[in-house]
Design a protein around this ligand. Structure first.
Ligand code: SF4
Ligand code: SF4
Length: 279
């Protein structure tokens, strides 16, 4: 079983083609710019959200949160008030139940992507889900912050078609400041996954004046350049946006100008990357 924040039945921005995306609850990073901060934590059943729900869609019953999807108006008051970076709208699913939930999508999608939160925290569920996806001839991708040691999990990589890896900062100190964790495993994974042809994409959120963006783009593309001969690796440069970001960071962090994004794109291209996308 896994705690799922939500399932999106059709997405064209979470890997190649049209895909179903499963957002798992829980993350071991606490990025200042997180756009889905309600996926980071675990619900403690503190009850703080219940009185803030204008629809009366929440209650604690038999030691569990009950959310009535039917009467929920989607106002998001509950996730804004939650002091634990969680949501009362999560659900527990088995891998089979997720496949059942997306069964109607299968004729229209190329594959599935697990995202989050950090999907690798619920690794056994992901393994089972990917196995079931393969039985349906669907490709299976993981969107990961790179903190999990993929080098020691051949079993998972056998059923995973690729990892979309966040390279939030190349510099250790900057990564620590942003996420609360160092990036040694991220960089180890970047090289390992590129070596074995499982690095589907790398992505960096560009936040001017907060992160050493130029240093990150330059050094990660130089590090991965030798592997581009075997397989093209997409580099997605993501302009920081305020949407969903929690206070006070939503007021502190600056949105980059298009000219800044273009400059970083040129750095990656000059280092040999021919598939650089700005979003
Ligand atoms: S979702 Fe958040 S506010 Fe609501 S009960 Fe759980 S921890 Fe408390
Ligand atoms: S989004 Fe949350 S607060 Fe708003 S109606 Fe739904 S459960 Fe209630």
């Amino acid at each position: 079983m896994a705690v799922i924040n939500k399932i999106i039945h059709s997405s064209v921005v979470d890997g190649p083609g049209n895909r179903a995306v499963i957002f798992l609850q829980g993350c071991n990073y606490q990025c200042l710019y997180c756009h889905n901060p309600e996926t980071i934590g675990t619900c403690t059943l503190c009850g703080a959200c219940i009185g803030h729900c204008p629809a009366g869609a929440l209650r604690i019953y038999n030691g569990a949160m009950q959310w009535s999807e039917k009467i929920c108006c989607g106002c998001d008051s509950c996730i804004q008030i939650c002091p634990h970076l969680s949501s009362p709208r999560t659900k527990d699913y088995s891998a089979k139940q997720v496949m059942d939930a997306i069964s109607g999508d299968i004729p229209f999608i190329r594959g599935i992507t697990v995202s989050g939160g950090e999907c690798s925290l619920q690794r056994d569920f992901v393994l089972e889900l990917f196995r079931l996806a393969k039985e349906q001839k669907l490709s299976a991708l993981a969107d990961s912050n790179g903190s999990y040691d993929y080098t020691r999990d051949e079993e998972l990589l056998q059923v995973c078609d690729g990892v979309m890896l966040d390279v939030k900062a190349f510099d250790q100190e900057a990564h620590m400041k942003l996420t609360g964790k160092d990036n040694k495993m991220v960089l180890k994974n970047a090289v390992f996954l590129a070596e074995c042809g499982k690095l589907e994409e790398i992505r960096t959120v560009i936040v001017p004046d907060c992160l050493p963006n130029e240093d990150t783009v330059d050094r990660i593309t130089k590090l991965l350049k030798p592997y581009l001969k075997e397989r093209s690796i997409r580099y997605k440069l993501i302009a920081y946006r305020k949407f969903g970001v929690r206070p006070p960071y939503n007021d502190i962090l600056r949105i980059p100008k298009p000219s800044e994004m273009e400059r970083y794109k040129r750095i990656a291209e000059n280092n040999g990357f021919d598939d650089v996308v700005i979003i």
